[in-house]
Design a protein around this ligand. Structure first.
Ligand SMILES: Cc1cc2nc3c(=O)[nH]c(=O)nc-3n(C[C@H](O)[C@H](O)[C@H](O)COP(=O)(O)OP(=O)(O)OC[C@H]3O[C@@H](n4cnc5c(N)ncnc54)[C@H](O)[C@@H]3O)c2cc1C
Length: 445
């Protein structure tokens, strides 16, 4: 019998496996893909350096590393204003995603994890109110596997989460408006880039309604370029939007597509309850992605590590009850979860703002450049609404934007306080009601 059966060998699953195995647990990691394809994921390929520092994980190097960014530049919808976000917390590695994923897999195996390739998790097995195993479909057909804790790390699919009964109190469905649907291409350039130090982010509803277009250099000859749009009903096709965007990028016209693929990423606050009797959920399956920029590699690795540590502690205590696994919820939601919640409030505001309002807001520096980094790192937003800016907005009939922005920052502060006080199981229902009320307000921004 395994201590941990982890479904999904992405960044979340690999970190959970390597941490669990290093702590002496008997770990099985399974994935639908063949071994050699694990880690091959549609992505923007940027990972903040601070995530490696926080996790004590070796930096990517050699074939894993495609480049390094000093930060990024965010361009207003009219392209008239550009915010440069740089400094310690903005540094990022551009990775070759497949090689990076293979390294994490190898580290999990080296720590003692057994890996089952081409094995699809079909559904959880319940016994005495606990999840005690998985029905899987492997190369030899269907079978049952039994373990003391099952981890859903199947990414956006949430293959196990989706099959949970409502009585467990875990949110099973993620609403369409909380998803980004994206298309990205890796392109080889005809002429090398002059500046490969900054990722570029382009706002604006004409190209990327409810999302953004990006252009991230991978060294001097290759770029990762893509468009993500909010997956609201009737949303445009991101591949079509990328073609529109590319027409505006003269220097990309003669570039050659090395790979072009689409993907989906949840951009909201995390699921609020991440555990049940015998079950833990990590990574995209638990919506653990930065709601503003869609970066999920760092938080998914953090969650994988925290989950495995909590699993080891629970098994030490005796059994994998919801109560014993709860420390994972506490650590994730009070930490990165709080930041996600704060940024999710801001996301609601941004997705409702008109392009013109964003143009004005950026041109008037309502939020200063250095504060954008603080907002994305720590979830703090400081407004810089001067009398001049107020008059500017009033003259254009946009005072509502400033009022809504003030309301947003107040809600962000409340979200931070609420999540940092994420409770023990006894206080959860009351906390949940307060959380739902807060996000009801955020949806009306
Ligand atoms: C277009 C796009 C661009 C992005 N850009 C960035 C970026 O630049 N930086 C960043 O940090 N994040 C980015 N992200 C988000 C990031 O890729 C994810 O948040 C992160 O990979 C989540 O890791 P995970 O381990 O939870 O899931 P995944 O990496 O998706 O891994 C899930 C694994 O589960 C397996 N699986 C699925 N279903 C089953 C099943 N039923 N049984 C067995 N195995 C199964 C899959 O094969 C896969 O290996 C982007 C996402 C998209 C779509």
């Amino acid at each position: 019998m395994y201590d941990l059966i982890i479904a999904g060998a992405g960044t979340a699953g690999c970190l959970a496996a390597m941490t669990g195995a290093s702590l002496g647990l008997k770990v099985c990691l399974l994935d639908a893909k063949p071994l050699s394809r694990i880690g091959d994921k549609v992505c923007g390929d940027a990972v903040g350096k601070h995530h490696f520092d926080n996790l004590g994980l070796a930096y990517p190097k050699n074939e894993e590393l495609a480049g390094e960014l000093k930060g990024c530049k965010v361009l207003s919808p009219d392209r008239q204003t550009s915010f440069t976000i740089e400094g310690l917390g903005a540094k990022a590695f551009m990775v070759n995603r497949h090689a990076f994923g293979q390294r994490l897999l190898k580290e999990a195996m080296d720590a003692g994890t057994l890996v089952l390739e081409r094995t699809i998790a079909l559904e959880p097995i319940f016994q005495d109110g606990f999840i005690r195993g998985l029905r899987v479909l492997g190369p030899d057909g269907k079978r049952e596997m039994h373990g003391r804790i099952i981890v859903d790390a199947t990414g956006f699919q949430g293959a196990i989460r989706r099959r949970l009964p409502p009585k467990l109190g875990i949110q099973v469905q993620v609403s369409q408006g909380d998803l980004q649907v994206a298309y990205r291409e890796i392109r080889f350039l005809e002429a090398p880039l002059e500046n490969q130090d900054y990722g570029l982010i382009f706002l604006g509803s004409r190209i990327a309604p409810g999302g953004y277009a990006w252009l991230f250099p991978k060294g001097k000859d290759i770029v990762n370029v893509g468009v993500g749009v909010q997956a609201r009903e009737g949303h445009p096709n991101p591949k079509h939007q990328l073609n529109l965007f590319l027409k505006e990028q003269e220097f990309l016209k003669a570039s050659k597509v090395l790979d072009g693929r689409g993907g989906i990423v949840p951009t909201r606050r995390p699921l609020l309850c991440l555990v049940a009797e015998g079950l833990m959920i990590v990574g995209d399956a638990a919506c653990q992605v930065n709601p503003i920029h869609g970066g999920g590699i760092g938080p998914s690795m953090t969650a994988g590590k925290l989950a495995a540590e909590a699993a080891a502690e629970a098994l030490e205590k005796g059994e994998a009850s919801r109560e014993n696994l709860w420390s994972y919820c506490l650590r994730y939601l009070r930490g990165y979860g709080a930041k996600q919640a704060v940024l999710d409030v801001f996301r609601h505001f941004l997705q409702e703002a008109e392009d013109e309002e964003l143009n004005y807001g950026m041109s008037q520096h309502i939020v200063e450049e250095e504060d954008v980094l603080k907002a994305s790192l720590y979830g703090e937003v400081r407004l810089n609404i001067t009398e001049k800016a107020r008059r500017f907005f009033k003259a254009r009939g946009c005072l509502g934007f400033l009022i809504s922005l003030r309301k947003t920052t107040r809600l962000m502060k409340r979200a931070k306080e609420l999540y940092e006080a994420f409770p023990n199981p006894e206080g959860y229902e009351e906390w949940l009601r307060a959380e739902n009320r807060l996000f009801e307000e955020a949806r009306k921004l």
